[in-house]
Ligand binder design. Sequence first.
Ligand code: CMP
Length: 160
Amino acid sequence: MKHPRAERTLVLVKPDAMQRGLLGEIIKRFEQKGLKIVGMKMMQLDRDILAKHYAKHADRPFFESLVKSMSYSPVVAMVVSGIRAIGAVRIIVGPTKGYEAPAGSIRGDLSMSTQSNLAHASDPEEDPEAEIALFFKPEELFEYIPIDFEILYGDEERAA
Ligand code: CMP
């Protein structure tokens, strides 16, 4: 059973992060924050899924380059869960441009690029659950109440 106040959000560990051996470093940051991984798999993305995932960028000049970079080699897709997880994951990943992302964020600490920015995190404005559904079947997601929720959050934060 999912905690009633827990949000879910999609994270993609991009090919550039996989090639650089940063998967563990990136997973570690979500775990250490107190967020929970409720789905995870390695995937080779193709143009079809990327065209859907990046539909809003289809007319941008960088679209072909983006598709090429995201299908260069496998990604690891994750669903991360927690109370207020959608916003928190965006902060942990940092803004798009690595060279101006704040130190402390994944992009701010580990990337100098706009395109090769290591990880994708769902935009709260763009229906994270729909994004999750593009990458995961319902049976690939695991809903459980982590036993440390009483320590991670205050009583009122957990109250439905
Ligand atoms: P992401 O969070 O996955 O969302 C869209 C992606 O497009 C973004 O991270 C970058 O990888 C890429 N992107 C955005 N803007 C540019 C740009 N100006 N040039 C190249 N790639 C970009």
